[in-house]
Design a protein around this ligand. Structure first.
Ligand code: SF4
Length: 97
C-alpha cells in the first residue's frame, strides 16, 4: 500500500465540466443574513461553489458543481435555494480511476 498523499483538489481537477452559460442549475434566494445552513455551505460544498461576499451574503458559482446533492438536502426544503440537475449534455463529467 502506498503512503502517497493525494489532495482533493488534484482529484477534482480530473473532472470536466460543461457549463450551461447563463443557466445555472442552482440559485440562492435573495437574503441579507445567511442562515447557519447556508453559511455552512461555504465550508462543506466539496467543490467550493459557495462563498461569502463582502457584505456577508452567500453566493454560488455552480460551474464546478459535482451534483452531490448536499446543498439540496440542506437548503431546498427551507426554500433558500432552487436546485435542479443541469440540462442534458451539461454539468460534470466524472473521471473514474
Ligand atoms: S450539489 Fe454538492 S457540489 Fe454542487 S453546489 Fe451543492 S454541495 Fe456543492
Amino acid at each position: 500500500m502506498s503512503n502517497e498523499t493525494v489532495r482533493v483538489e488534484e482529484k477534482l481537477y480530473q473532472n470536466r465540466y460543461i457549463v450551461d452559460a447563463g443557466k445555472p442549475h442552482i440559485s440562492i434566494e435573495p437574503h441579507t443574513t445567511p442562515s447557519k445552513n447556508l453559511l455552512a455551505m461555504t465550508k462543506v460544498c466539496p467543490a467550493g461553489c459557495y462563498a461569502q461576499n463582502d457584505v456577508g451574503q452567500v453566493e454560488i458559482v455552480a460551474d464546478g458543481c459535482l451534483e452531490c446533492g448536499t446543498c439540496r438536502i440542506l437548503l431546498e426544503p427551507t426554500g433558500e435555494i432552487t436546485w435542479s440537475y443541469p440540462r442534458g449534455g451539461f454539468g460534470v463529467l466524472f473521471k473514474f480511476g
